[in-house]
Write a protein that binds this ligand. Structure first.
Ligand code: NAP
Length: 293
């Protein structure tokens, strides 16, 4: 089958980078964007060489038409139930109807298959979509990249530059956390999309660092040794997040409310990659931690 990759979510941060990687490799890319997507983002994709289809994601026939002749669908959509479950399901059904052999869902996260439901709202939505994906006749591959490395620059409790602190939970001061840059994730995803057969799950990390490693690195990279802070047990953290979610129901309509951000930090300490697939494509290189803090 001729290679033709369809990207949904191409106007987004990661989606655009995946398109760029594919175009660099001379792989034809078709992007589906919505009617209300920003025109300058569409123009910029077209300038890059992407064939952009502007359509109504609720129109089944339009979606099936866009999937015609496609060798792999990559979903890089971001959103809540309506997007991650409903829109991705429409896209999946259209891909199956059009005979697309492969589908990469919009996971790009910590390996949530290792986590129970209820600890991370945005992961629960992905688990809900996986139930449909795994019943469909398409070959699916999820890419787990841990946290995007730029999170280390957001002054979360994990690495807080103004406060000069590094937090850990439970007894996990030596727990390795997976971080991948968005560029590395995009390059790997492009390779996965081009292949004919890939496993159900692939796990990558530009680097894996523990809170103790980050303390050591702070001295080396920031010139002063950050304080390691014991934030209490994982059980206490989980209970805190659940309490915050219950107290702020308005966050249910937001993608990243404060309690959701806290759930992501919890997830960093709840699951990590025991084995990496970084070596799958020999020509890829991985950004080092020193370039990201
Ligand atoms: N591991 C991590 O640390 C981490 C961090 C951030 C993101 N991620 C994940 O990476 C993936 C991509 O995230 P991102 O930050 O690149 O997202 P983003 O920049 O917000 O882009 C989201 C994309 O989804 C499209 N979209 C949103 N709602 C839609 C709808 N109702 N119908 C059709 N298209 C819709 C947007 O289109 P418009 O331009 O039309 O709005 C845009 O193309 C997601 O799975 C996200 O959870 C992971």
């Amino acid at each position: 089958m001729q290679k033709l990759i369809l990207v949904a979510g191409a106007t987004g941060n990661l989606g655009r980078k995946i398109c760029r990687e594919l175009i660099h490799k001379n792989i034809p890319v078709r992007a589906i964007v919505r009617e209300e997507s920003e025109q300058d983002k569409i123009d910029s994709l077209e300038k890059m060489g992407v064939d952009v289809f502007q359509l109504n994601f609720s129109n089944e026939q339009e979606l099936i038409g866009a999937c015609a002749g496609v060798s792999c669908v990559i979903s890089v959509l971001a959103g809540l139930q309506e997007v991650i479950v409903d829109t991705q399901t429409k896209l999946l059904n259209a891909a199956v109807a059009a005979g697309v052999p492969r589908f990469i869902p919009s996971d790009f996260s910590t390996d949530f298959t290792l986590m129970p439901k209820g600890e991370n709202r945005n992961f629960d939505l992905r688990m809900e979509f996986h139930e449909k994906l795994d019943k469909s006749p398409i070959q699916a591959t999820s890419i787990f990249n841990g946290a995007f490395a730029d999170i280390l620059r957001y002054n979360t409790p994990v690495f807080n530059v103004p406060q000069k602190t590094v937090a850990y939970y439970g007894d996990k001061a030596d727990w390795k956390i997976d971080f991948t840059t968005m560029d590395d994730t995009a390059a790997f995803t492009a390779e996965v999309a081009i292949e004919v057969n890939t496993p159900r799950y692939l796990r990558i990390a530009s680097f894996q660092v523990s809170p103790n490693d980050l303390v050591h690195l702070s001295e080396q990279e920031k010139g002063s040794k950050f304080k390691l802070v014991d934030m209490g047990s994982m059980e206490g953290f989980s209970a805190y997040n659940k309490m915050q979610r219950a107290a702020h129901p308005e966050g249910e309509d937001e993608l990243y409310p404060k309690w959701q951000q806290s759930q992501y930090v919890y997830s960093m300490f709840a699951a990590h990659h025991m084995r990496l697939d970084n070596d799958r494509y020999k020509e890829l290189s991985w950004s080092p931690v020193e370039a990201n803090i």
